[in-house]
Design a protein around this ligand. Structure first.
Ligand code: ARG
Length: 455
């Protein structure tokens, strides 16, 4: 028997049922549906809209149902249309007429809007916790590699010397912004739409603020039509998760590269690697390839909801039911990726000797060589061109700036003296970039401390 039996007669088509039912995915909001209903019932009782005894009966029984679901003794009936129908139906089966009074002055339209807000707010907290854990892992590993000099790249060409610590902390910054964004999204999510009714509010003297207060929300929505048709907070969360996945995917791409024999800056622990069915020597970074791949899935979820929402007239339309699978999938995916990256990073072995080797070739101290001349009075543009010619000379001789004889330097500029070698030493190049945000060990140590303090 359907909720709407009365106006509609007879059995619904089985295929309609399949298309229409949302219990398969919205059952995960059982807790939010029940706590939302408890708040609504208390308010109905307080306002004298339903008898006080009925309100108390409803609240007590809903509390019991919640406990039973969590204990596994009450099973959610998957043949119900949705979680709202199941909860109300089960309540009514248990307490009769009082249960039938719960839905007074409420529509599933404002009910589902409340449920999803409460659910997403909890999931934002969980996502933030996981993101913080990854930041902690990045800080920990960075702390061990303050002096692990490696090339920084532009265009994937060796550019200037940095350290692994500095590199990792760049990703920590991205995650800190993600955490900020999620917190911002949470503010707009924690607002109560209850009282919007189907779309036009209600004639009952509801105390909307009381409902919001009981649920610890920031306030109530200002317009009933907007209250039931707004999914901005879901889109916002999907956008935030998409940006987060961009970061995780970029980091994963780095790790894939670093695991290759061409780089070998890092070896993942066996428990975070996979092998090949045919090539006995293989140890593959499937984990980071999957995180990179799963980013596309989350962007797809964002596109799904943007597309579903873009042409909807006010107010509620059933298209909006599509918000759930999209945002649940995005949350599950992003959370799993965060969960797997932190221990993967903590158990990985870094190879500073290979980073150093890469840093020694590729002339990444050329800027420092030009700066050496500039600091001794040569105009920067001249110093730049002299150093360019020095690099060419090194390539001719098959050597590096560090090993090029002083006569070669002096042929191009008499300003060069023996101390040029100290000036272009890789660790010197890094430690002299001791400005806020720079790669010098001192500067990165500060970055790490500030990042940890933010958590
Ligand atoms: N399952 C629906 C959703 O997710 C609940 C609201 C149903 N409202 C309605 N008028 N049929 O949006």
């Amino acid at each position: 028997m359907k909720l709407w039996a009365g106006r509609l007669q007879g059995q619904v088509d089985e295929k309609l049922n399949q298309l229409n039912a949302s219990i398969g995915f919205d059952s995960r909001m059982y807790k939010q549906d029940i706590t939302g209903s408890m708040a609504h019932a208390r308010m109905l009782g307080k306002q004298g809209i339903i008898p006080k005894e009925d309100s108390e009966k409803i609240v007590a029984e809903l509390g019991r149902m919640l406990e039973e679901i969590e204990a596994g003794t009450l099973e959610i009936d998957m043949s119900s249309e949705d979680i709202h129908t199941f909860v109300e139906g089960e309540l009514t089966r248990r307490i009769g007429d009082a249960g039938k009074r719960l839905h007074t002055a409420r529509s599933r339209n404002d009910q589902v809007a409340l449920d999803i807000r409460l659910y997403l707010s909890d999931e934002i907290d969980r996502t933030v916790e996981l993101a913080k854990e990854l930041v902690r892992a990045l800080c920990e590993v960075a702390g061990q590699h303050l002096e692990s000099v490696m090339p920084g790249y532009t265009h994937l060409q060796r550019a200037q010397p940095v350290t692994m610590a500095h590199y990792l902390m760049a990703y920590a910054q991205m995650l800190l912004r993600d955490i900020d964004r999620l917190g911002d999204c949470k503010k707009r999510t924690r607002v109560s739409p209850l009282g919007s009714g189907a779309l036009a509010g209600t004639t009952y003297p509801l105390d909307r603020a009381f409902v919001a207060e009981q649920l610890g929300l920031n306030g109530i929505t200002a317009n009933s039509m907007d209250g039931v048709s707004d999914r901005d907070f879901v889109l916002e969360l999907l956008s935030d998760l998409s940006i987060l996945m961009v970061h995780l995917s970029r980091f994963s791409e780095e790790v894939c590269l670093w695991c290759s024999w061409e780089f070998k800056y890092v070896t993942l622990s066996d428990s975070f690697s996979t092998g090949s069915s045919i090539m006995p020597q293989k140890k593959n970074p499937d984990i980071t390839e999957l995180v990179r791949g799963k980013a596309g899935r989350v962007f797809g979820d964002l596109t799904t909801l943007l597309t579903a929402m873009k042409a909807l007239p006010l107010a509620y339309n059933k298209d909006m039911q599509e918000d759930k699978e999209a945002v649940f999938d995005a949350l599950d995916t992003a959370q799993l990726c965060l969960e797997v990256l932190a221990p993967m990073l903590r158990t990985a072995t870094f190879h500073p000797e290979n980073m150093k080797k890469a840093a020694l070739t590729g002339f990444i101290n050329a800027t420092d060589c030009a700066d050496y001349l500039t600091k001794r009075g040569t105009p920067f543009r001249d110093a730049y061109s002299i150093t360019g010619r020095l690099v060419n000379r090194c390539i001719e001789l098959g050597t590096t700036l560090d090993a090029l004889p002083l006569e070669e330097y002096q042929k191009l500029s008499p300003t060069f003296e023996e101390d040029v070698y100290a000036a272009i030493d890789l660790l010197t190049c890094v430690s002299q970039r001791n400005i806020p945000g720079g790669p010098a060990p001192e500067a990165v140590k500060k970055q790490i401390a500030e990042a940890l303090a933010k958590l």
